[in-house]
Design a protein around this ligand. Structure first.
Ligand SMILES: Nc1nc2c(ncn2[C@@H]2O[C@H](COP(=O)(O)OP(=O)(O)OP(=O)(O)O)[C@@H](O)[C@H]2O)c(=O)[nH]1
Ligand SMILES: [Mg+2]
Length: 320
């Protein structure tokens, strides 16, 4: 086994470099940001011909009962279309967990692996009262906000909705009408100064402050800077909504752009229309995003579904 370090401008480039230089069998062990903002990835390559056995050397042996039977998990990750490098990371961590855990069954190992690799947040996490939602047009931002406001209401948590969407005609009307039905205060802020001021005012008044932003094309710089300004204006959780049915590589590229704008959490939407969650697992891993929650229905009354290591393990193993 040889360890190699790859440094690239972003995760997409690092993945391409790993694939072309080291092939499909390379396993990602860890990834980190360098001081100059690049991505540094440590990769393990199995090179049996370089292995010399030293009889004097003491080798720590592992009994076969302790070895995680990984073929089924490997098959599941392939079914979901998880990027090879991410699947490699999950399998390598699962192998390690299976050695350390007292319970060796696949589900427990996977649950522990996911808890180690990913961060998870509560939908109504009150430690972060300000929640800003961003994403491409139609990715489900407003629906997600309406769902969180509904869930907050059910838990007797006061909330308000702030819209900054001055781009799409009618965007505010829809959310405003919903806020009225739910008896939740609704505000509109046209720029970052108004937003910063409004959030400051709302902090003493509401348990949750939900901010909607205009849907943007992440490949158009002008659109990106419009939402980046809103992001910079507020401190809080920045949540990226992403249609779970998107092409994985495309989604990783989009995720990286939103990550640069400050996104910290992923909210996959339209999971009800998707069977394979490879994109969801790959984007979170490559873009260093925690999971916020999932949207599994267009119905606002249904609320968002919680994502944690257990629910994610169930989805990966295709359990009902
Ligand atoms: N089936 C399904 N439909 C969803 C889900 N989330 C949102 N939708 C639908 O997707 C469409 C777009 O959702 P919106 O919440 O308006 O998306 P948006 O990101 O606010 O859109 P813009 O403001 O135009 O950028 C609506 O028809 C929603 O009902 C989901 O989880 N499942
Ligand atoms: Mg909207």
């Amino acid at each position: 086994m040889r360890i190699k370090q790859i440094i690239a401008a972003n995760m997409t480039e690092a993945l391409a470099q790993i694939k072309s230089e080291l092939g499909d069998d390379a396993i990602i062990i860890s990834s980190d940001k360098t001081q100059d903002g690049k991505i540094s990835v440590s990769v393990a390559i199995d090179e049996q011909e370089e292995f010399f056995f030293d009889e004097e050397e003491k080798i720590e042996t592992v009994s076969s009962a302790d070895i995680f039977e990984e073929q089924h998990l490997r098959d599941c990750l392939e079914y979901h279309g998880v990027l090879d490098v991410v699947a490699g990371k999950i399998l390598a961590t699962a192998r390690q967990e299976s050695r350390e855990l007292p319970q060796k069954d696949e589900k427990s190992v996977l649950e522990n692996t996911l808890a180690k690799l990913y961060a998870f947040s509560d939908i109504l996490d009150m430690r972060h009262p300000v929640k800003l939602f961003m994403g491409t047009p139609g990715s489900g931002k407003s629906t997600a906000i309406a769902k969180v406001a509904t869930q907050a209401k059910l838990h007797k948590i006061s909330s308000c909705i702030i819209s900054t969407d001055n781009v799409r005609a009618g965007a505010n009307k829809q959310l405003e009408a919903f806020a009225e039905i739910l008896e939740v205060d609704f505000y509109f802020c046209k720029d970052k100064t108004e937003l910063a001021q409004k959030v400051k005012e709302c902090k003493n008044k509401y348990g949750l402050i939900l901010i909607d932003t205009p849907g943007i094309n992440p490949f158009i710089e002008k659109e990106v800077s419009r939402v980046a300004e809103f992001c910079d204006a507020v401190q809080g959780q920045k949540i990226l909504t992403l249609d779970a049915g998107r092409n994985t590589m495309e989604a990783v590229e989009i995720g990286e752009i939103f990550m640069d704008m400050g996104a910290q959490y992923l909210l996959p939407t339209r999971l009800d229309l998707t069977r394979r969650i490879g994109m969801v697992l790959s984007v979170a891993a490559c873009c260093d995003l925690g999971y916020y929650a999932a949207s599994v229905s267009s119905s606002i009354a249904n609320g968002l579904a919680e994502i944690n290591n257990k629910s994610l393990a169930k989805l990966i193993l295709c359990e009902e």
